[in-house]
Design a protein around this ligand. Structure first.
Ligand SMILES: *Cc1c(COP(=O)(O)O)cnc(C)c1O
Length: 422
């Protein structure tokens, strides 16, 4: 493979944007390569600036569950574009999308549309704080909820309760109210509630963690979170930006049979356009302005083009469910088997999966971090050279889409099985 044109573009881009990119993971930093610049994408394939084709398992980090350029979605966008790009006023499309979401995810009795997952989470937490009148929040080590100040934290070394900013430019004071617990560790949550329970506005969790690689909730973990938040009258927020419409039409909450108080959606809900949603119990959502006193706004929120893409995507999923999910899940299982043959420890649920190069079971952030980075890099490079595009970071999921054909899957599995690390 030749990457001449990508490299030339990168050399220019890096003078214009930090790292030459608009989101850090795209920079290929952890695999010591210059990033590929993408020119187009269709179905299961992306094509780079040099004309190389790859079977894509990044899928724009989750949105492309139908594959790239699905004709129904593209047509819906084209049609919407003909009517103007934005009005800054309500549209019927927002009603259609909201109703569809509520039908599929009944806990989202009321919703508000925003432009990114970051914004959805930030706003959901503000609503939870406004509703409870409390300041503290609990998040889990290794869960990602976007890049807003209060969520860029890691647990302090001494105790879980002293959190420190994970990024320069975040004042210590902004993370003082963020408590960090350990994923799959009920005791770590109980401890925080015993100490601060009366001050905890909410617990936010990825019901299936997919930003430390894929890590599944242990049996009883999510139930425990539901119980303890109820006991202390805290709000339970499921961040389903990845799992929403991915683990099934009803997301992780349907999959595990747990009703959170609030939910955030992103990625798939915009069908490839900038769109995210937060919502939940009516009494909480009615705290949001203009009904309530929790301020939150957006010039482009509920944008008609993004709404059109989201509606079209959900319609295809609804029309073809449950077969569509059975199909992508089975394909993911095949890839999981191939990954295991390389000696990786594999976490897979539905069409989400990760291979960790480690001998131990990966159930939390420490386990994920303990996996072999060099071996992942070698694996990534081997796959790329053979026309398979996976995340350039071992802390990101592999996404299977409906556009991955049986031939794509067989080819991918063959190449994975032929990987022999030095
Ligand atoms: C991607 C992601 C976000 C952030 O969404 P952006 O649209 O990138 O801001 C939040 N939470 C989870 C679980 C995510 O995977």
């Amino acid at each position: 493979m030749r990457y001449d044109r990508s490299h030339k573009l990168y050399d220019k881009a890096v003078t214009l944007m930090p790292g030459g990119v608009n989101s850090p993971v795209r920079a290929f930093g952890s695999v010591g390569m210059k990033p590929l610049f993408i020119d187009s994408a269709k179905g299961s394939r992306i094509y780079d600036a040099d004309g190389n084709a790859y079977i894509d398992y990044v899928c724009s980090w989750g949105p492309c569950i139908l594959g790239h350029s699905h004709p129904d979605v593209i047509n819906a966008v084209k049609e919407a574009c003909g009517k103007g790009l934005t009005y800054g006023a309500p549209t019927e499309k927002e009603i259609i999308l909201s109703e569809t979401i509520r039908e599929l995810v009944p806990s989202m009795e009321m919703v508000r549309m925003v432009n990114s997952g970051t914004e959805a989470v930030m706003s959901a937490i503000r609503a939870a704080r406004g509703y409870t009148g409390r300041d503290m929040i609990v998040k889990f080590k290794g869960c990602y909820h976007g890049h807003s100040d209060g969520l860029l934290v890691k647990a302090g070394s001494a105790a879980l309760t002293s959190s420190v900013p994970d990024s320069d430019g975040v004042p210590k004071a902004y993370t003082d109210n963020t408590l960090v617990a350990l994923y799959n560790d009920n005791d770590s949550v109980r401890e925080l509630f015993e100490k601060y329970g009366e001050n905890i506005a909410c617990v936010i969790v990825e019901p299936v963690a997919a930003n430390m690689g894929v890590v599944l909730p242990k049996k009883g973990f999510l139930e425990f979170l539901r119980d303890i938040t109820e006991k202390y009258s805290s709000v339970l927020i499921f961040d389903e930006v990845i799992t929403g419409f991915r683990l099934g039409l009803g997301g992780a909450q349907e999959y595990f049979g747990i009703r959170p108080d609030m939910t955030t959606l992103g990625k798939i809900v915009g069908g490839g356009m900038p769109m995210a949603v937060y919502g939940g119990r009516r009494d909480i959502m009615e705290c949001v302005s203009p009904v309530g006193k929790v301020y939150q706004a957006g010039t482009l929120s509920g944008n008609p083009i993004a709404a059109a893409a989201g509606i079209a995507t959900l319609e295809v999923l609804i029309k073809n469910s449950p077969q569509i999910y059975k199909d992508i899940n089975k394909k993911a299982e095949k890839i999981a088997e191939a990954l295991k043959s390389t000696g990786a420890y594999v976490n897979q649920i539905g069409s989400l999966l990760s291979g960790f190069f480690t001998d131990i079971e990966v159930t939390d952030h420490d386990g994920a971090v303990a996996s072999d980075a060099n071996r992942y890099t070698a694996f990534f490079r081997y796959l790329l050279e053979n026309g398979i595009y996976i995340a350039p970071s071992r802390f990101e999921a592999m996404f299977v889409s409906c556009a991955h054909s049986d031939e794509d899957i067989d080819k991918t599995c063959g190449i994975i099985r032929s990987f022999t690390p030095k």
